[in-house]
Design a protein around this ligand. Structure first.
Ligand SMILES: CC(C)(COP(=O)(O)OP(=O)(O)OC[C@H]1O[C@@H](n2cnc3c(N)ncnc32)[C@H](O)[C@@H]1OP(=O)(O)O)[C@@H](O)C(=O)NCCC(=O)NCCS
Length: 157
């Protein structure tokens, strides 16, 4: 079932196995394949989203329940957002994020959060997220990240 569409692409829910190759290629190509596998991937309520161009996956994202650093126990977390480098800045990330936010709203989450790579901070800010703490170095990748949060209260239908 399509959860969203952008420029001829379809957003669909897929398995954890399906999102890992693009996760690895875009986010951790210099690390082991194992590095893009996490415990939260296999929780029953975790949703893995993929943007399909025909049979090809060109963007991925994962959304799951995780209390926010600001203490929201209802929060949903966005992680592993990755768009094929040849397709970046073509609205695929936006379509994935919107599908993830729709899931969070359905789950009655009060907020959605992410640890944004500082290089992608503008993407999250563009979608209304705000920094919720200082920038830090992720110990696994050595890259600077900033926690960001989007309040969903007030935009519920
Ligand atoms: C970050 C990423 C997921 C965004 O997806 P995308 O499809 O490229 O983004 P969109 O085309 O939907 O961008 C929408 C808007 O967000 C903003 N934006 C997107 N990427 C940005 C970036 N890296 N820096 C600053 N602003 C950005 C822009 O305002 C953009 O609109 P514009 O292209 O008209 O200027 C994608 O570029 C990506 O995979 N980057 C590499 C991996 C990564 O950093 N992932 C996030 C880890 S937290």
């Amino acid at each position: 079932m399509a959860l969203g569409r952008v420029a001829g692409l379809e957003i669909r829910a897929v398995t954890a196995e399906a999102v890992r190759p693009l996760r690895h290629r875009v986010l951790r190509a210099d690390m082991a394949l194992e590095s893009v596998r996490t415990e939260s991937d296999d929780r029953p309520a975790t949703v893995h989203l993929a943007a399909f161009d025909g049979d090809e996956i060109v963007g991925v994202m994962t959304v799951f329940a995780d209390p926010s650093p600001l203490g929201d126990s209802t929060a949903q977390r966005i992680r592993w957002m990755a768009v094929d480098p040849a397709r970046q800045r073509g609205a695929i990330g936006t379509a994935l994020l919107e599908a993830g936010l729709a899931i969070a709203r359905k789950r009655r989450a009060v907020s959605v959060w992410a640890d944004a790579r500082d290089t992608a901070l503008g993407f999250y800010e563009r979608h209304g997220f705000r920094p919720s703490g200082p920038s830090f170095i992720d110990p696994e990748t050595g890259l600077a990240h900033t926690p960001v949060v989007l309040d969903l209260i007030g935009d519920r239908a």
